[in-house]
Design a binder for this molecule. Structure first.
Ligand SMILES: *Cc1c(COP(=O)(O)O)cnc(C)c1O
Length: 378
């Protein structure tokens, strides 16, 4: 060990840098709120704000106007409580598991009650608290994932005591096919929500997440719940993406070498050039969330140069072809874009046969993370 500690910050030593543009998140929020007019626009920040860091992202969304936040788990809600104001309403999509109901009530989280069992758990929590507790109710309008069935609604009608002490302030459901605008499930799920909610206490209604917002005003109801669109993902496969990109992933080149025809590259030697190539090893791999399924698909970018991905993705590195870059322009330790202005999160996902949601939530924590902007209006 040298006598002197490294004078530089870990950030300058990291192999890669993930930049999260907080201004873009705020501007996406304002864009979506504007799209839905009088409906209110909540913000979904489950899974650590889709991998981008809830402690940095949620306060920006709150300053941009969000009053309602959705998370999946009670512990995500507890964490969120400490980073937003006490007026922010936090809704827990998975509802109160029996062991989590006490904490849910203590931290002032609103659970989504998805089943008769969850309704009973929350009613008992209200009994213990000796005060009405706020709740959202979810109905299953056709996705068969979460929510009360028609039979459950009938059971509720027969046993009115089940809802004692519950202050129902939202009735919601979730669309299964919103990214396919002409899918018949969309109007059918909306009609089911309206029919089912008519059998429940009157409350504001919510159906749409990101993609549903783009199905038009019929789908906005009283509240929309976007997540993905806030983080710049495209709301559907067709047409231009109106949302601002939020993340950029840049990685350092660790080594450059010249390759002769017939030499093999990476695990399995799956790539062998027929012409001499110049290649670079880059400091991002599948352990950073850059899927092995993306091997050999698409390119990294340096300025306007496409750098095709070669061979398999390793755990900590991948290899790109830099032959098209003029000599001397790109050297060891310089950075290339894996996600950036020329290649979106959705492009990376398509190359790996998955969706942008999975790419974002898989992004690792070995990169230096840099947050730019503060979410204030320009
Ligand atoms: C995740 C989730 C959302 C947000 O979905 P996006 O497609 O990311 O906008 C909204 N509602 C529910 C119930 C969810 O599970």
């Amino acid at each position: 060990m040298s006598a002197c500690p490294d004078p530089l910050w870990p950030s300058s030593r990291a192999g890669a840098r993930l930049t999260v543009d907080l201004d873009a998140i705020a501007s996406n929020y304002r864009y979506l709120q504007n799209c839905v007019g009088n409906a209110s626009c909540a913000a979904v920040v489950k899974a650590d704000a889709y991998g981008l860091g809830i402690a940095r992202v949620a306060p920006v969304l709150e300053r941009a106007g969000a009053k309602d936040f959705f998370v999946a788990h009670v512990d995500e809600g507890i964490r969120l409580r400490s980073v937003v104001s006490k007026d922010a309403r936090i809704t827990v999509l998975h509802g109160p598991r029996p062991n989590a109901a006490g904490a849910c009530a203590y931290y002032g989280l609103r659970p989504v009650l998805n089943s008769i069992e969850q309704i009973a758990v929350w009613r008992d929590a209200a009994g213990q608290a000796r005060a009405p507790l706020e709740a959202a109710l979810q109905v299953d309008s056709g996705m068969s994932r979460f929510g009360l069935s028609q039979a459950d609604l009938e059971a509720l009608r027969e046993d009115e005591g089940l809802m004692d002490g519950l202050d129902v302030s939202l009735v919601m459901s979730h669309l299964a096919c919103a990214d396919t605008p002409d899918h018949p499930a969309n109007p059918s799920q909306k009609a089911r929500l309206l029919e089912m909610s008519a059998q429940l206490p009157a409350a504001p209604l919510s159906l749409s997440a990101s993609s549903g917002i783009f199905l038009g005003p019929d789908y906005h109801l009283d509240m929309v719940r976007p997540g993905a669109a806030l983080y710049g993902l495209a709301p559907n496969q067709n047409g231009p993406n109106p949302l601002a990109p939020v993340v950029r992933l840049q990685a350092h080149i660790l080594q450059i070498r010249d390759l002769l025809p017939g030499e093999g590259v990476g695990y399995g030697l799956t790539y062998r050039p027929t012409m001499p190539r110049r290649i670079a090893t880059v400091a991002v791999g599948y352990a950073d969330g850059f899927s092995r399924h993306g091997a050999g698909q698409g390119c990294a970018w340096f300025e306007d140069f496409c750098l095709p991905l070669l061979g398999r993705v390793s755990m900590d590195s991948l290899i790109v072809d830099i032959s098209d870059v003029p000599d001397g322009k790109l050297g060891p330790d310089m950075m290339v874009d894996l996600i950036g202005p020329r290649r979106s999160v959705d492009d990376v996902a398509a190359a790996a046969g998955t969706i942008g949601y999975e790419v974002l939530t898989s992004l690792g924590h070995r990169f230096h993370r840099e947050y730019v902007g503060n979410g204030e209006m320009p």
